[in-house]
Structure formats: structure tokens, C-alpha cells
Design a protein around this ligand. Sequence first.
Ligand code: FES
Length: 266
Amino acid sequence: MTTTATTPPRPRAAIAAKTLRTDRWWLAPLLTVLGLVAWVTYATVRVFQQDNYWVDKYHYLTPFYSPCVSHGCVKASSEFGQFLPDHPLLPYAALTLPFLLLFRLTCYYYRKAYYRSFWLSPPACAVPDGHKNYKGETKFPLLGQNLHRYFFYAAVAISLINTWDAVVAMHSPDGFGFGLGNVVLWVNVIALWAYTASCHSCRHIMGGRLKHFSKHPVRYRAWSFVSKLNTRHMGLAWTTLATLALTDFYVMAVAAKWITDFRFVG
Ligand code: FES
């Protein structure tokens, strides 16, 4: 019988420097912090403003107030009824906003973004972690990240509501209408669907747990399509933040009469 001697692991090189990287590795985390802080600040102000969210003439509703289910909403903007109390600290779309927030917070891309940029855990490849202990997502509260797939279902339902908003917005006082606001709303809805469909949970729903793709051609096609979108998930995450803010700003600007909507029809 022969025995093989196990080689003891080599100790890590004693390097005094925190990192040997000399490039601008800190730029991406810094831009991420600036971008996310700016977006969250804008969204928070708008969500609690409870004004300039609806253009009655064209039925434009900003996505930050959709669905408008508070007793404080303009009646015509409440396609899904009014059942939440009107309170200055309760957003008009309080039914859906928490799910959207949780969907984004638990998103695989945003997790990477805020783990790196806010928690410095680690801030970049080959740069040490800002913390001594690393427990990953195995303990509370980060264990909750595993609920992402359920928030995905909520996000699909909310995307359907946003799509309905875009449909009913094709309106003018004479009936059908179409203006620049409709283009803005539809671009936002398409971007939201692309982001939602590119979700890693969606990819798993489409093609996960299958042994033979050849026996499930429809799921294979869906999985292939979602996989292509999935490679652009980070870009879509940022694109939708931009389209959401721009759509809200456009609706606010028309509602506040800072600008008039450019009309193609009606
Ligand atoms: Fe980003 Fe699901 S992984 S939305």
C-alpha cells in the first residue's frame, strides 16, 4: 500500500500594501453610490409630494403613483379603486412600492452594487473587504435575499399594471389620443419588461430544473431568450432607473404646466 504525502498549503505572501491595484478601482463604486443616492433622493421626494402625478386631459399617470389607490388620489387616476387612507406619510401607491423596493433590493445586480459600493464587501476585485467577518447570505437579515423569486412575481404583476396605465393613457378629450407623453410611457414600460424578464429568477423559472432541453422546446426557447437579456441585466437595471425618473419628471412637468405635451393625434 502506498501513501501520498500531502503538501501543506503555502502561506500567503506577506504584503504590507492593502492592494496592489494601481488603476482607478474606486471609480465604479463611487459612481454607483452617487447614482443610487441621487435616484433614491429624487424618488423619495416625488413619492411623498402627492402632487403633479396625473395629467387629467391625457390620462398620464406617473409610475411612482401607480396604482393610485389612496383616498387622496384624483378619482380618474384610480383605475384600481381607492382603499388606502389619505395620509401625508403614506405614498399614494403604497400598495406596490414596497414590493418594487424589495424586488430591486434583492436583485442580484443591485446586491453586487451595494455590497461593493456601500458595504465595501469587497469594494473591488483584489481589494480587501472592509469588514473582518464574512457570513455571506446565510444569516438574518441577508438570508432574506433568497425571497427574490417571490418579489419577481410581484414585479410581473406591477409591470402589467404599468402596461395598463400606458394603454389607458392613449387618450384625449375627444377619445383616442397619442402624444410625446405616450412615447415616454411606452419606452418606460418596454424597458421595465426587459429588466423584469432579464431577472435571474425569471431565467431559472424558464429553464431551471430541466434534465433535457430537447424534451421542452418551448421552455428552451424562452430560456434562450431570457438568457440573452440576462447578459444585459446590469445595463437594464440602470436604464430602468433612468426611464422611471424621466417618465415621472415628464408627467410632473406636463401636470404642473411647465411644458405642454407635444401631440401627434388628439
Ligand atoms: Fe435582478 Fe432579478 S436578478 S431583478
